[in-house]
Design a binder for this molecule. Structure first.
Ligand SMILES: NC(=O)c1ccc[n+]([C@@H]2O[C@H](COP(=O)([O-])OP(=O)(O)OC[C@H]3O[C@@H](n4cnc5c(N)ncnc54)[C@H](O)[C@@H]3O)[C@@H](O)[C@H]2O)c1
Ligand SMILES: [Zn+2]
Length: 349
């Protein structure tokens, strides 16, 4: 069955997401008139990558072990060397097949290789489809900090077939939906209510519900990105859950994955911002995440206010020692609240 939607952001990024659309990837790349195609893929997706490489006529195929550990400077170096070895030019299209770590690593490399080559993101996780592949932020980790080095450059094409998600474990499938719940909570009450309705079907991974949630995520994120590409204000709202979420990822040595950490961060930030975020809002967000089958409990070994506070203070959004959080005072709206060590400790108690 084929169903899909398309969203064109200005004249730069074309976003095509659907079910049963894989055969359209080749023509969509050709529409960019590339001077050769190189496919870089998550090493765990070898069979899918070989099939797609053949259908799009890739000149080179590079496998990279996915996961947070690949977002490193030396991996950028490796990838740039491989691109040179394959004879990549400024006209080459770099097609990236994998989760958000791959789109971040390859998107970063592609954005600086020869001052930027064409990038086609083919996200294969719900998190990457609903968030990481959209908006043009390309980040890698540095030292002990997440996404410390990065660029802002929109991909030329984002293309995904939701059939690619079939091999994702349930836990990872649901983690991506956390980012959709996050966006709806601070941007759109009607989308939040729709997610509440869709939640049982989403937890069962029903394709129609999945596509509806993805379309909602794409529309919300691209509206924000269009309005505010440089994160002056509106885009910062997408950091809801990420001030404490990133601290949890860092404290755990990246053993808690991004989507899970954000789910924990959403609830912890709401609690830290109470009563500005009222109990009724906290209850509805907790209930939605529970219906999606996502845990919001911080593992006890990482629920350490002192340690989390140390990392929260190193967040990129910190100004003059103030640690901002972007939270919903009512569903569908957002406000900025300062996180303190005391409010963090209260949120964890
Ligand atoms: N640039 C941005 O704007 C942005 C936004 C949100 C998140 N991110 C980044 O995205 C990353 C998280 O993305 P993620 O959750 O996709 O992580 P990921 O890339 O690590 O993928 C998760 C796991 O799933 C595996 N995998 C990928 N596709 C699969 C498939 N179809 N079937 C089976 N297994 C598959 C991967 O090998 C990996 O082990 C984080 O590094 C985060 O910082 C970036
Ligand atoms: Zn995120």
């Amino acid at each position: 069955m084929e169903r899909s939607f398309e969203f064109v952001q200005r004249a730069t990024t074309r976003i095509v997401i659907g079910q049963g659309v894989e055969a359209q990837l080749g023509p969509a790349i050709q529409a960019l008139h590339p001077d050769g195609i190189v496919l870089v893929h998550d090493a765990s997706l070898d069979a899918m990558a070989q099939r797609i490489a053949a259908s799009i006529g890739a000149r080179g195929v590079l496998a990279v072990g996915g996961g947070e550990a690949c977002k490193r400077v030396d991996m950028v170096d490796n990838l740039a060397r491989e691109l040179s070895r394959l004879g990549a030019t400024r006209g080459t299209a770099l097609v990236v097949l994998g989760g958000g770590t791959l789109t971040d690593l390859a998107g970063f490399t592609g954005s600086i290789f020869m001052r930027g080559i064409r990038c086609v993101f083919c996200p294969t996780t719900t998190l990457a489809i609903c968030d990481a592949s959209l908006g043009g932020k390309n980040g890698i980790n540095h030292g002990e900090l997440k996404n410390q080095l990065g660029t802002i450059r929109q991909p030329d094409l984002v293309f995904a077939d939701i059939d690619w998600l079939q091999t994702l474990p349930d836990e990872q499938f649901r983690e991506g939906l956390v980012e959709v719940a996050k966006k709806a909570a601070v941007l759109s009450l009607s989308n939040f209510e729709q997610l509440e309705q869709l939640a049982p079907a989403l937890a069962n991974r029903e394709p129609a519900a999945t596509l509806a949630a993805i379309e909602m995520a794409v529309t919300m994120k691209m509206q924000v990105v269009l309005a505010d590409e440089r994160e002056a204000d509106l885009r910062r709202t997408l950091n809801f859950g990420h001030t404490i979420g990133h601290a949890i990822e860092s404290v755990s040595g990246e053993t808690v994955r991004h989507g899970s950490a954000v789910a924990m961060g959403l609830l912890a930030e709401c609690r830290a911002a109470a009563p500005i975020v009222p109990g009724e809002v906290i209850g509805r967000i907790a209930a939605l995440l529970a219906r999606l089958g996502v845990s919001t409990t911080i593992p006890p070994q990482w629920a350490n206010a002192g340690l989390l506070w140390q990392f929260a203070q190193k967040d990129k959004k910190v100004r003059g020692g103030r640690v901002p959080m972007f939270v919903p005072p009512i569903l569908g709206q957002h406000t900025t609240v300062e996180l303190t060590e005391q409010s963090l400790a209260r949120a964890l108690s």
